[in-house]
Design a protein around this ligand. Structure first.
Ligand SMILES: Nc1ncnc2c1ncn2[C@@H]1O[C@H](COP(=O)(O)OP(=O)(O)O)[C@@H](O)[C@H]1O
Ligand SMILES: [Mg+2]
Length: 341
């Protein structure tokens, strides 16, 4: 029986792909980070990382991020990891459904009732419409509909545009063809970081009759257009039953934030407003495309209620960081109970 009770076929494919990609330099770099943080000798960490990767589906970055160096075997077994999430995503989604999630325009069409904002697709022939949309909004978010690495989001202001024909042409040539109204987040979210719309990542599983909340993370930006780590963002886990922060914030680049660096807000004190409404929104949204049963949903809580930003079928993992939270248990038991793997 495979370590995580998942089907052997996808698992073997995944392992073969991963073995081909093993980058020895990267393992040593990560082992050095672990050494600096926890004082463990580099060679011992390298061996442990490789062993965990081969036998326990723990990616090197998971090992670093979730402080595996200071956890015992039983504690480690409670943590979700990226390889396990990737296997769940493969098993619990069908190509037809994934297409909708991979294309932000297709997603907006299908999930329009949950968006709570205006949006427009840029085409060859709608320069005038683009101009009136941007002028009416003042500021817009422009997105590359199919993008990877979380870098396909830009912010434009009507006041900065001198030549509207050129603006329209540039959007097309850069592939930034989805324009969106800027979401107005709830004041409790602006209190932490007003310059970025701070999303809540709700990872959920639809079993055909019920929707289960698996994990909830709150991301915070640094004033940039996006709250993603690639734009300097960080996160904390929220209690999946109450929406209260479980610890200070952190990212995958060894930064820890007791307080938000720009506003001074104490991250561990954060309570997501309208938490029950956010869970109820996902309970509805997760049923819309039943071909995707396992997904990570980006939600923004506004004063009028929560709205959807997007859904990710290849959901990443957000977990506790034991050295920051003091909590040595991850979310995997919750995933196992809901999904049954
Ligand atoms: N309409 C919007 N209004 C304000 N901020 C937005 C909007 N859409 C996205 N963002 C910000 O950009 C981030 C990334 O957007 P998203 O659509 O989730 O793309 P990806 O995660 O693929 O980069 C969000 O988490 C949020 O911080
Ligand atoms: Mg996103």
């Amino acid at each position: 029986m495979p370590a995580n009770g998942l089907a052997l076929g996808p698992k073997l494919r995944y392992l073969t792909q991963r073995a081909r990609r093993i980058d020895v330099g990267a393992v040593i770099e990560r082992a050095k980070e672990v050494h600096e943080e926890h004082g463990k000798p580099v060679p011992a960490v390298v061996v442990d990382m490789l062993w965990q990767a081969a036998r326990r589906d723990v990616a090197f970055q998971d090992y670093v991020d979730y402080d595996f160096a200071i956890l015992n075997a039983d504690e480690r077994a409670t943590f979700m990891t990226h390889p396990v999430s990737a296997q769940l995503a493969q098993r619990f989604s069908q190509p037809e459904g994934r297409k909708i999630f991979e294309d932000k325009i297709a997603f907006n069409r299908r999930f329009s009732e949950f968006l709570g904002r205006e949006w427009l697709v840029v085409t060859e022939s709608n320069a005038d419409e683009v101009r009136s949309f941007v002028e009416a909004q003042g500021t817009v978010i422009a997105k590359i509909p199919v993008s990877h690495m979380g870098l396909g989001v830009r912010r434009y202001q009507a006041a900065d545009v001198a030549d509207w024909a050129a603006f329209h042409r540039d959007l097309l040539s850069k592939g930034e063809i989805l324009l969106e109204e800027v979401i107005t987040q709830h004041p409790d979210l602006s209190a932490v970081c007003p310059g970025t719309v701070n999303t809540t990542r709700i990872t959920a599983f639809f079993d055909g009759s019920d929707v289960h909340t698996l994990a909830v993370a709150q991301k915070f930006g640094r004033g940039e257009v996006s709250d993603q780590m690639s734009y300097g963002g960080f996160y904390t886990m929220l209690d999946p039953d109450s929406g209260h922060a479980m610890s200070a914030g952190y990212d995958s680049h060894a930064h820890v934030h007791e307080t938000h660096p720009d506003s001074g807000f104490r991250i561990a004190d954060f309570q997501l407003p309208l938490f029950d409404d956010a869970i109820a929104l996902i309970d509805r949204a997760a049923r819309v495309v039943p071909e995707v049963q396992y997904a990570g949903w980006d939600v923004v809580v506004t004063e009028k209620g929560p709205v959807l930003v997007e859904g990710n079928w290849g959901a990443g993992v957000y977990e506790n960081k034991p050295s920051v939270s003091g909590i040595r248990t991850g979310h995997k038991p919750r995933y196992r109970a809901a999904i049954g793997f």
